[in-house]
Design a protein around this ligand. Structure first.
Ligand code: ADP
Ligand code: MG
Length: 216
């Protein structure tokens, strides 16, 4: 479903990615583990079109997405790619429900159908009792579940998560893992997750080990 071929990336004189090849199939939950500084976040950003490779290509369903630019790229990303980060990055002045709806409003979708899907997602994720609360009124686990709902609102092809449980305690981390797998069962949702969490790596379909700019 998504493939990276011979991906290279340098920041200044530091060669961060050194010819990475990667293939993720639809419906897989794949983890990436590896030491700090090995290039995991850089790879995720490039696969997710947030950053461009110096050389190499990224294709999604055989479309070359690493060559999209400008408005075309922004629209493609918003519709097809979901992101979850270590810190939730919810907008503080909007309610949980509004935070989830915003990417769909940006995609120009109708308000009523968007609100219905957002409510459904928040129910699946177990935070539908918090629809009208602002992010700072939610617990860490609830904030991260709202961020997952926001990542899913446009029914993306793939969700990239960069240390999504890095800021959660063990119980909340486990709940988030369970959610990823239940979303895979329910929507055949694909996930690529950078993690230091050994439990998550152990239950993933595959675990990719990064070292020094390569998947080893
Ligand atoms: P990881 O996620 O595995 O910890 P990163 O992909 O974040 O690794 O970083 C890999 C290397 O690239 C590190 O040495 C980091 O300092 C460097 N790096 C990452 N992003 C940038 C950037 N925007 N500018 C300069 N250096 C960066
Ligand atoms: Mg990182």
């Amino acid at each position: 479903m998504i493939s990276g071929r011979q991906i290279y990336k340098a920041y200044g004189t530091v060669q961060v990615l050194k010819g990475v090849n990667i293939d993720i199939n639809k419906g897989e939950v794949v983890s990436i583990v590896g030491p700090s500084g090995s290039g995991k976040s850089t790879l995720l950003h490039i696969l997710g079109t947030l950053d461009k490779p110096d050389a190499g290509s990224v294709t999604m369903n055989n479309i070359a997405i690493s060559s999209l630019t400008g408005k075309q790229l922004a629209a493609f990303r918003n519709r097809n790619i979901g992101f979850v980060f270590q810190f939730h990055h919810l907008l503080p002045e909007f309610s949980a429900l509004e935070n989830v709806c915003i990417p769909a409003w940006l995609a120009g979708r109708r308000k009523k159908e968007v609100t219905e899907r957002a409510r459904e997602l928040l129910a699946v994720l177990g935070v539908d009792h918090r629809l009208d609360n602002k992010p700072n009124e939610l617990s860490g686990g609830e904030q991260q579940r709202v961020a997952v709902a926001r990542a899913l609102i446009n029914q993306p092809q793939i969700v990239f998560a960069d240390e999504p449980t890095g800021n959660l305690d063990t119980a909340n981390a486990r709940e988030l893992h369970d959610l990823f797998f239940s979303l895979r069962e329910r929507f055949l949702q694909t996930f690529l997750i950078v993690t230091h969490n050994e439990e998550l790596a152990a239950i993933s379909d595959r675990t990719l080990h990064m070292k020094d700019g390569l998947i080893v």
